[in-house]
Design a protein around this ligand. Structure first.
Ligand code: HEM
Length: 381
């Protein structure tokens, strides 16, 4: 395996440690007996997944895109915060370090927006602001079940901004821009409303999520590129599956409203975090990992295995949640974790031993998409 940027490996590794610890913590919360893990880790599941893993990964990707040394402080801080949670260091210290990491990501976006004040950069800046807000409220003592909606806002708004940038290729109409802003407005209005009415705020957030799912499903170039082959089709299939789960999580939030724990909470959150967020990770991994590490990775049809496994086992888990069928929920959750481990194994295998010949990609929008994405990550825009 050739890695041109080995100095980025420790940052990525911190994110991966948080992911693995977060998976173990999630299984503890589902009632699985994992004697090697400290029981206190269960409470760290959400923060480890959102900030320790995703916050570190997204900040690293943005620091690479910006290309300034100071920007690496953001992934370093959120990664260290994740490690502090795992090590059982004082909770508030870990929270403060993670908060500093999110401040770093916001600073990165302020520089990016200053350079390119476009709708998509501003949108991603709002994503970073949502993470910062969530972390601030968390440090101030808000319970995770309330803060988690801000964290979800961070992820969905950041991803929507990234996709919006690519949607520009399709020349959006004014009406489409307005609808995009309307869905974001509903999301942020719901987040603010939650401070007054947790239940109804959750419903408004859900409407925003469902609206964004429709918008992304309608405008994303994935709708066209899904007819192509190889990596391009794989990315499109993953993205479209993610939008479907985003719609499901939004509808569940509209129906259930804000809930603090239990099967409904589990269904709503994991349709979002596993169904939507991980579909985005599956889609972008073949581009992001080589770009961040400076190595090579090529598409393998085997990648569909982790996508299909996650879809099937998430259906099982949600069916268990909704029907009050505990074994379905527990086994579904365990298999969800296996799907993520399979994804990691497939990704590492493709990085270590890239196939001799990269799967052919037809010319046209798909190439633009890939070049744009890689160019963006390499900071070559
Ligand atoms: C793959 C295996 C996973 C398992 C087994 C799992 C398990 C759980 C369980 C049992 C809960 C508590 C639900 C309840 O109150 O009934 C939970 C909450 C949560 N999960 Fe997961 N989860 C998994 C993946 C993820 C992922 C990938 C993310 C984020 C990317 C995530 C983020 C969260 C968050 C933020 C909470 C709320 C935490 C809290 O209220 O303290 N989970 N998870």
């Amino acid at each position: 395996m050739i890695i041109r940027h080995p100095q980025r490996v420790p940052l990525l590794a911190m994110g991966m440690v948080a992911l693995l610890a977060g998976l173990g913590a999630g299984l503890l919360r589902l009632g699985w007996d994992l004697p090697l893990l400290p029981p206190a880790l269960a409470a760290m599941h959400g923060p480890l997944m959102v900030s320790g893993f995703l916050g570190t990964l997204i900040s690293l990707e943005r620091a690479v895109a910006l290309g300034s040394r100071w920007a690496y402080a953001a992934p370093l801080l959120s990664g260290l915060g994740g490690l502090a949670l795992i090590a059982g260091l004082p909770y508030q210290a870990a929270q403060a370090v993670i908060l500093a990491g999110s401040l770093g990501l916001l600073a990165i976006f302020l520089v990016i927006i200053h350079r390119r004040p476009d709708l998509h950069t501003v949108t991603m800046g709002f994503g970073a602001l949502a993470w910062l807000m969530g972390n601030l409220l968390w440090l101030l003592g808000w319970p995770v079940h309330q803060v988690v909606f801000w964290w979800a806002g961070f992820l969905v708004v950041t991803i929507a901004g990234e996709r919006l940038e690519l949607a520009r290729l399709q020349l959006l109409s004014r009406a489409s821009h307005s609808l995009f802003l309307l869905t974001l407005g509903s999301l942020f209005a719901g987040l603010i409303l939650m401070a007054m009415s947790f239940e109804w705020g959750g419903r408004v957030v859900g409407a925003g999520l469902a609206g964004l799912a429709l918008w992304l499903g309608r405008h994303d170039i994935a709708r066209r590129t899904v007819r192509q082959a190889g990596l391009t089709r794989f990315i499109a299939v993953s993205l479209l599956s993610g939008y479907a789960w985003l719609g499901i999580s939004g509808l569940l939030a509209v129906v259930f409203g804000g809930v603090p724990a239990g099967p409904r909470y589990d269904a709503m959150l994991h349709a979002f975090f596993l169904g939507f967020v991980f579909a985005m990770i599956f889609a972008h991994a073949p581009i992001i990992f080589p770009a961040v590490l400076g190595g090579r990775m090529s598409f393998r049809p085997l990648f569909y295995a982790h996508v299909v496994l996650l879809q099937a086992t998430l259906v099982l888990r949600l069916a268990g949640d909704v029907a009050g069928w505990l074994p379905g929920r527990q086994i579904g959750g365990l298999l969800n974790a296996l799907a993520l481990l399979l994804f990691l194994a497939n990704t590492v295998a493709a990085l270590v031993k890239p196939a001799e010949r990269v799967a052919p990609v037809k010319a046209g929008r798909s190439e633009m998409f890939q070049e744009k994405a890689v160019g963006f990550l390499d900071g070559k825009e």
